[in-house]
Design a protein around this ligand. Structure first.
Ligand code: A3P
Length: 280
């Protein structure tokens, strides 16, 4: 990647910040016309909610259910594609496994028209913020966080790559009754991974045996995925598989910040279905 300053690493598209290097304007523009297929397998997550974890799980589910082994390398997000890769995707065989961090309103319209099944991974906002903070400091494509307090303010006001956590949550709230959308939380996966694997499989119409579910769960623990991360994620392995715990926010948030987050969460997400799922 060419050297650019921290200030240049993010730019604004339709009011939201994106990575200049990974998803430049040209990529976002041509993505709008991407043609979906009904049988696409689409995974969406706000950054740091457990996207790579679910990618690992989904690849194993797809391989077990269809016998087709998908590539195990670091998953590209649709907004990284650009015209060339979009062309490649347009002729790749079904089912395509696609992923994105985009807000639901910015996912190409075709995915809703075709009624593509969309799996959404969400995570409690405090741990998401902590994970995003560390990620910003170890991913050269993102500006490094000046300090925890600065990053805290940026996250709270949505001035981070891919925009506001709360806007994303409220965007999915509007689709909670859509039978083609299913939300699974990081915390649920942590609590009972086998159950999450069963839920995801049946959402996509795959039937797995108990032994297959168990095998996938065993291979998808934090320890197992971290150990194989050098081959799946190269030198970004330790960046994507950092700690893998619920509640690391307690080591970062001041009591005042925690209170403020609770207030904002209540103000924006109280009484919502997604808020109830994210109850932390
Ligand atoms: P932490 O930074 O809290 O450790 P994403 O893939 O969306 O970028 O999310 C990254 C977060 O998911 C990181 O959180 C990472 O450690 C966690 N993660 C990845 N694989 C995991 C697994 N198998 N079990 C638990 N957490 C996992």
């Amino acid at each position: 990647a060419k050297e650019i300053s921290d200030e240049e690493k993010l730019y604004r598209y339709n009011g939201v910040l994106y990575s200049t290097l990974l998803s430049p304007e040209e990529h976002l523009k041509c993505l709008e016309k991407m043609q979906a297929r009904e049988d696409d397998i689409m995974l969406v997550a706000y950054p740091k909610c457990g996207f790579n974890w679910m990618v690992g799980v989904m690849r194993k589910i797809i391989a077990a259910a269809t016998g087709v082994k998908s590539e195990s390398k670091i998953p590209p997000l649709m907004e990284f594609y650009g015209p060339e890769n979009l062309k490649v995707e347009s002729v790749s065989p079904s089912p395509r496994f696609l992923g994105t961090h985009l807000h639901p309103n910015n996912i190409p319209a075709s995915f809703y028209e075709k009624k593509t099944k969309i799996l959404v991974v969400f995570r409690n906002p405090k741990d998401t913020m902590v994970s995003f903070y560390h990620f910003s400091n170890s991913n050269p494509a993102l500006p490094s966080a000046k300090s925890w307090d600065t990053f805290y303010s940026q996250f709270m006001s949505g001035e981070v790559a891919w925009g506001s956590y709360f806007d994303h949550a409220l965007g999915w709230e509007k689709k909670m009754d859509d039978p083609n959308v299913m939300v699974v939380t990081y915390e649920e996966m942590k609590q009972d991974l086998s159950e999450s694997i069963r839920k995801v499989s049946s959402f996509y119409g795959f039937s797995l045996t108990d032994a297959q579910v168990q095998q996938i769960a065993d291979a998808s623990t934090f320890k197992a995925m971290k150990e194989s991360s050098a081959s799946s994620h190269g030198n970004m392995g330790n960046v994507f598989f950092r700690k893998g715990e619920v509640g690391d926010w307690k080591n970062h948030f001041t009591p005042e910040q925690s209170r403020e987050m609770d207030e904002v969460f209540n103000k924006r997400l109280a009484g919502t279905k997604i808020g109830a799922k994210l109850n932390y």
